[in-house]
Design a protein around this ligand. Sequence first.
Ligand code: GLN
Length: 534
Amino acid sequence: MPTKYVFVTGGVVSSLGKGIVASSLACLLERRGLKVTMMKLDPYINVDPGTMSPFQHGEVYVTDDGAETDLDLGHYERFTHCQLTRDNNATTGQIYSNVIAKERKGEYLGKTVQVVPHITNEIKERIKRVAHSTKGLDVAIIEVGGTIGDIESLPFLEAVRQMRRDVGKDNAIYVHLTLVPYLKSAGELKTKPTQHSVKELLGIGIQPDVVVCRTEHPFLPDTKSKIALFCNLDEDAVIENRDVQSIYEMPLFMRAEGLDRIVCKRLNLRPREARLADWERMVQKVKKPRRQVSIAVVGKYTEVKDAYKSITESLIHGGIANDAHVDIQWLEATALEGKGAAKQLKGVNGILVPGGFGHRGIEGKIEAIRFAREKKVPYFGICLGMQTMAIEFARNVCGLDHANSTEFDAGSAHPIISLLEEQKEIKNLGGTMRLGSYPCRLTKGTLSAKAYGEKVIFERHRHRYEFNNFYRDLFAAQGMVLAGLSPDETLVEILELKDHPWMLGVQFHPEFRSKPTHAHPLFKDFVAAALKRR
Ligand code: GLN
C-alpha cells in the first residue's frame, strides 16, 4: 500500500492546539492498527529552536538522536508510539542551508536557484525521507507550523500542495484547523473567520478535506452545515473541537466527532475501530483523581507555561500513576532569593527545579533546595536542578564557601560544576551541547535503582556542564550518593542524598520520555514521595 499523507494546517489565529489535534489523530489511527509517523515543518529561519529563548519559543524538545526540536514533537511522542529523530522536524533554516550547500557544490550548475522549484523540492524530499525511513509506514501526519496568511509558511504550503499531485489524490489529504469564536453580546458563534481562512488556503491551491473548528462554546444545530456549505465540504468533514478539561481527552473527543473516520474514508483506508480502553481509563484518572498533592516548580521562565511543557506533562503523568491531581505552584526563582524561600514554599509537598541556562535565578533555586534538604521535603532536580543541588550541598554541608558552577562564576574557588573537556574548544552555540540519549549505570540500593528496576538506563541530555569529579569523594563522605554514572564511570549522572525521604538530582531530562499511560518512573516515585509528605 502506498504511504498516505495527512497535512495539517492552521488558520485565523495561532495557538489553537494544532499539535494536539494532529497528535490525537495519530493516536486514533495508531489504535486502529495503522503504523503512523509525524513531522513538524517550522517556518522560522533558525536552524533549530536550540538557540531561541524559552520566552520566545517555549521548551526545546530533545529527541533520542540529540536533535533540538519544536515542543510539538513532545506531544507527538506522548500521544503515540512514534520514535522521532532529527528528520521529524524541518525548519526554513535547515531547508535553505541544504539548498545553499548544494548550490556551492555545483549541484544546480547553470540554473538560477529559486523558491519554486528548488526550495519546495527540498521540502518535499524532507517529507518523503521521513515517510521512506519509517518501516511499514501507513500514514505520515505532517503539521505545517504558523498560520495561513504568514509570509514565511508559503514555501511549505506550496510544497504540500504539490505533494498531492506527486502521490495521487487518494494518498494525501488536508486537514485545516480554525477558530469559531463565540460573541457573547450577540449570543452567536461566528463562522466568518473560518470561511476567510479556507478562502485564503484555496488561493494557495489547497482545498481542505476536513476542517476542525476550535470553539469554546458548543456548536448550534446549524453551525456545521453553514461551515460545510461555505467551505465546500460534506457536513461530516466539519469537526467540532471544543475546549476540554485535559488535552488527553482530545483523542476521545475527536473520535466521537468522527475525525479518524473521515480521514480513513478520504484516504481509502479500512482499518478496525480504534482500541482505546487503556486511554479511557487514563483519562478517567485525570478527570477524577482520588487525591491531591502540591508541587512547587522553581524556574525562571515561569510566566511562559510552554517553557516547561514536558515537565508539566510528566508531573501530570506522575499524578495519574498515583491516582492524584498534581497542583503545580509556579515559583519565580528570583523571588526566592534572600528570605523569600521559606515563606513561599510553606505547605508544598514537593519541590522541583527544572533545567535552565544563565545565572539569573540561581541563588533563589539554591535557597529552595536548601529548604527542601533541611525540611526533608521531597526534591527532584533536573539538569540545572541537579547542578544547583550539588552547589547547595557543597556550600551548606561540605562548607565550601562560594562553591559554584563555572557557568555562573568562571573563577570560582570551588567549581563543583564545570565544563566538559570537549566543550572547552567549542565556539558555536547551536547544536553543540551534550545532546541526546546516553546510557547510565545505576548504583545498587538507590532510589533510582528502585524506581527504574533496571541496571542500565537510557536518558536524553541537553547540557554543557558536568559534575566535577574532583569532589566525588568529599560528596560521598558527606552523604551524597553517586546513584548513576556513565558506563565508563567518567560522568556523574544522578545524585541522591542519604538521610532524606527523597532528594534526587539527574543530569539528564527524564521529562522527555514520560507518557500519560506510562509515567516516567522518577516522576512516579517523586509524586509518591510528595503524597507521603502531605
Ligand atoms: N546550563 C546548564 C548546562 O549547560 C544546565 C542545562 C540544562 O539545564 N538543560 O550544563
